[in-house]
Design a protein around this ligand. Structure first.
Ligand SMILES: Cc1cc2nc3c(=O)[nH]c(=O)nc-3n(C[C@H](O)[C@H](O)[C@H](O)COP(=O)(O)OP(=O)(O)OC[C@H]3O[C@@H](n4cnc5c(N)ncnc54)[C@H](O)[C@@H]3O)c2cc1C
Length: 432
């Protein structure tokens, strides 16, 4: 245990000064910490790699980091049992050495497995659910200090709650994932027209393994990102790094963002400049290297899941609102597509989904823009991404999540004394 230290998240939107900080390297140690917290009336939060934008991790009591609880424990055929502090990047590299891969991933791979899965992290592709659908078994230490293992067949209801749990059921220690044989993806970044992209949306989604696009505010431009499995040798390519790759991953975008921050009135022009300069590129390599991108520019983000059938109307309304309100904004809007699942707190619960993500450069005002967009998302039964900024209350959320009460009864059974609750969770989940 070390003395109090400051913890902050990647985006700088959450910060805390825990009274005690632990980074144990065994489940026994973790159980002892929980039992001690129970006895002394303390609370516990666990941090992953701090890539959530919300205040999920904040605590002034005990903070646990699983930086010493990493690595693959076992690979059995296509199943990998992983310690929960393992970074997705490390997991991808190790699986690759074993001839395996995750079937899908989000944009980055620096998150811990437990952190990523606990907030419903997702990638894109109508054939793929959120990352949590890759899980087949979860082991966690509940609020009584007990080690609980659950799966589709063992304690299936606890499993459905634990697949996306915001860290509210306990400390996840092991996760088993179903993997697929390793594969090469060919990624194409293609510049396109907003209306044309929307008119061919179904085609793009059906004909490609992974399809998404970025829309550049104040323009008619989109950049589509399309990946499909291919054979042959990996070829990195993409020598032209300027704005030809995905904008958010690009060094030049940092400069554009600084100009927008210092001269906010130039943001619209900057968005138009980025839209005009965006180009095309392609590369072909192993899947884990294609999905993972480096984020050179820090930002704040709100992302909503809406039913896929409302996507076109919703994104058109967003475009119109931006043009009407003239926000000081230069960040593209990311649009992705995800398959329905049956996880209690999954934003994709029982609906084919589209995700729309809005961003603001760190240091630029975002509240009015985010609030206005949230009002639009609400009209389309929007469910917020648990790791990204939103203002929804338990009263609103329980209407959006048919299994809300089931999740809560399991949470109460697993953590009757609220050892894993913090102020933020109380605000979002309520005290049901
Ligand atoms: C640059 C950037 C890009 C992103 N890209 C995507 C994307 O493409 N798709 C997407 O869906 N999301 C994306 N996200 C969001 C991100 O994937 C999630 O917020 C994720 O939860 C972050 O993982 P983490 O390891 O940093 O967890 P943290 O943010 O540290 O923690 C998240 C939650 O998990 C809990 N937790 C962590 N470890 C444990 C454990 N062992 N047991 C119990 N609870 C635990 C924490 O208490 C907290 O509630 C992105 C975020 C950033 C900053």
């Amino acid at each position: 245990m070390s003395n109090s230290k400051t913890w902050t998240n990647w985006a700088g939107t959450a910060e805390c000064h825990p009274r005690a900080y632990h980074s144990p390297n065994s489940e026994k140690e973790l159980q002892a910490i929980v039992k001690e917290a129970l006895k002394t009336d303390k609370t516990i939060r666990v941090s992953g790699s701090g890539h959530s934008f919300t205040k999920l991790v904040e605590t002034n009591s005990i903070l646990i980091s699983l930086e010493n609880w990493r690595g693959i424990m076992e690979i059995d055929g296509s199943y990998a049992k992983v310690r929960s502090g393992t970074q997705l990047k490390f997991l991808g590299e190790r699986l690759y050495e074993e001839g395996l891969a995750q079937e899908n991933l989000g944009d980055i791979d620096v998150q811990s497995v437990a952190g990523a899965f606990s907030t419903g992290t997702h990638g894109t592709g109508v054939e793929f659910g959120t990352l949590s659908t890759q899980l087949t078994e979860i082991t966690f230490i509940n609020g009584k200090g007990e080690l609980i293992t659950c799966s589709e067949t063992q304690e299936p209801e606890i499993f459905k709650a634990a697949q996306i749990s915001l860290g509210a059921l306990g400390i996840i220690t092991r996760m088993t994932l179903k993997c697929v044989p390793k594969y090469i993806l060919e990624l194409k970044n293609i510049k396109g027209d907003f209306n044309e992209c929307l008119s061919k949306l179904e085609e793009y989604n059906q004909e490609n393994r992974n399809f998404e696009f970025y829309y550049f505010p104040y323009t008619e431009t989109v950049q589509m990102k399309i990946s499909n499995i291919t054979q042959g040798e990996p070829k990195k390519g993409g020598v032209l790094k300027y704005l030809n790759d995905i904008v958010l991953e690009n060094g030049a975008f940092k400069l554009v963002s600084e100009i927008s921050r210092i001269f906010p009135s130039q943001s619209k022009k900057m968005s138009q400049l980025v839209g005009a300069l965006v180009g095309e590129s392609q590369r072909k390599t192993w899947s884990h290297e294609v999905f993972a991108t480096t984020r050179l520019v820090r930002f704040t983000e709100m992302e909503y899941n809406i039913p896929k059938e409302h996507f076109e109307t919703c994104i058109r309304e967003i475009k119109q609102k931006i043009e009407k309100e003239q926000y000081e904004l230069h960040f593209p809007i990311e649009c992705r597509f995800v398959k329905a699942d049956d996880i209690f707190l999954s934003p994709a619960y029982q609906r084919e989904s589209a995700y729309i993500a809005i961003h603001m450069y760190k240091g630029m005002p975002y509240k009015k823009y985010f609030q206005d967009m949230e009002e639009i998302f609400k009209k389309y039964q929007g469910r917020p991404h648990w790791g990204k900024l939103h203002n929804r209350t338990p009263k609103e959320l329980q209407v959006l999540y048919p299994q809300w009460h089931k999740f809560h009864s399991i949470r109460k059974r697993m953590d009757p004394n609220g050892v894993f609750m913090n102020d933020y969770l109380k605000k979002v989940l309520g005290d049901v």
